[in-house]
Design a binder for this molecule. Structure first.
Ligand code: UD1
Length: 420
């Protein structure tokens, strides 16, 4: 196992290039199952979850690999498909469940290990299954596997009980090759959904309503290959915006999806952080002092749950009391006791945290528990006096490409070490 050793207290200054979006790349790469012919993906981040996705695609009968050792292009093509996504992959990457829709559409059969609970809560997939049933699929549970079958998928008018991101993606993929029209209501509107819609349309799918909560999909008989560039990662960008603010620095983020970050940018602005948008990227400048704020996580376009832990680290630096209310996931406060070990004053009650800011953060050994909690501890370490050791950083490597290289290039002092 590895750890990051961070010597804090250095303002970050310079330019960082934002990588391709992990959460957009996962469904878009899995969508190659639906496509006849080769697909070339550009701007794919080299992350652990992406390598897991490549492995999963190969197990399912696709060819899928980066085209060179260090680059960001992936060539993929569906071959003779197999219907089974094994447990050892699904348990390391919950998004594996996104193969259900594509496999049912192509093979009429899918066998996918039921993802168990994960560090941030139960995370069931009932909404995916219910919606696919409305399109004619049947599901059974067999030895820990969801086994789905259908004679054919047919269009349906589906209303989600909650705008689930993964559920909307699964259904979009299934409906693209179904017979007839599917309407998805109360669909998730995250920018990564729009990226998937754009990819499917580039392959010949007929989808309208992109960006809204109602998507119309007219099924087509086949999809063709294309070359497609994955959108930049809004959560990576949001994390670096927060890194500039928490260290009292100034960063220019190249290739930054500013539009997709509106909720985060306006919250940081209300805390006193300055922004300058231009066509090449986004400049962020920390203010003289930080003001407290209140954040409630919501589906897009609301404040993203994937930025909750990071903004909480920033709130420990703000004058007065800030609040965070988490409405999307249960158990998404594992960073709180760790921030407490660094001197933060945070009181938790159910889904709400009160952060009394302004106390100095002091470096300490801390344990990363999930991807975004890890990012929050790195941010706290950058601002803390002395040395912070963030342990179990394999979580961080699932979602941030070369995080210590990117941060060191703008003035941080972070070393990756073997942790025995
Ligand atoms: C995706 C993102 C994740 C982000 C989340 C919310 C990927 C790979 N992951 O996760 O980073 O935090 O969106 O923006 O893109 N739920 C159910 N039943 C279901 C589906 C979801 O109860 O069938 C619940 C979940 O337990 C959770 C909430 O709905 O509490 C949100 O889930 P969802 O929007 O589906 O998120 P994911 O697709 O898992």
């Amino acid at each position: 196992m590895e750890k990051l050793v961070i010597r804090g207290g250095r303002p970050l200054r310079g330019k960082i290039e934002i990588s391709g979006s992990k959460n957009a790349a996962l469904p878009i790469m899995l969508a190659c199952i639906l496509v006849d012919g080769p697909v070339l993906y550009r701007n794919v981040p080299r992350l652990r979850d992406i390598f897991t996705t490549l492995k999963l695609l190969r197990i399912l009968g696709c060819s899928a690999a980066f085209t060179d050792e260090a680059g960001h292009e992936v060539a993929a093509e569906a071959g003779a498909l197999m219907p089974e996504a094994p447990y050892d992959l699904v348990c390391t990457m919950r998004a594996s469940v996104l193969v259900l829709g594509p496999l049912l559409a192509r093979l009429g059969r899918a066998k996918v290990a039921l993802p168990g609970g994960c560090a941030i809560g139960a995370r069931p997939v009932d909404l995916h299954l219910k919606a696919l049933e409305r399109m004619g699929a049947r599901f059974d549970l067999d030895s820990g596997y969801i086994v789905g079958t259908c004679a054919e998928l047919r269009g349906a008018d589906i209303t989600f009980d909650f705008p689930t991101v993964g559920g909307t993606e699964n259904l979009l993929m299934a409906a693209s090759l179904a017979r007839g029209e599917t309407i998805l209501r109360n669909a998730a509107r995250e920018p990564e959904i729009s990226d998937l819609v754009n990819f499917l349309c580039a392959c010949g799918a007929e989808i309208s309503g992109e960006g809204s909560d109602t998507l119309h999909v007219r099924g087509v008989s086949s999809l063709r290959g294309c070359a497609y560039s994955i959108m930049p990662d809004r959560i990576e960008a949001g994390t670096f915006l927060t890194a500039a603010a928490i260290t009292g620095g100034e960063l220019f983020l190249e290739n930054c999806p500013a539009e997709a970050l509106n909720a985060v940018i306006s919250k940081l602005e209300s805390m006193g952080v300055g922004f300058e948008r231009n066509p090449e990227g986004l400049r962020v400048r920390s203010g003289a002092s930080l003001k407290s704020a209140g954040v409630t996580t919501r589906p897009y376009p609301g404040f993203p749950t994937d930025m909750q832990a990071q903004i909480m680290a920033l709130m420990t630096r703000a004058e007065g009391s800030s609040t965070v209310e988490e409405t999307i996931f249960e158990n998404r406060f594992m960073h709180v006791p760790e921030l407490g070990r660094m001197g933060a004053d945070i009181e938790l009650s159910g889904s709400r945290a009160v952060i009394r800011g302004g106390r100095p953060l002091i470096g300490a050994p801390v344990m990363a528990s999930d991807l975004r909690a890890s990012a929050s501890l790195v941010l706290a370490g950058l601002a803390a006096q002395g040395e912070t050791q963030v342990r179990r950083i394999y979580h961080l490597d699932r979602g941030y490409e070369h995080i210590e290289h990117k941060l060191n290039a703008v003035g941080a002092d972070i070393t990756r070490l073997e942790d025995r």
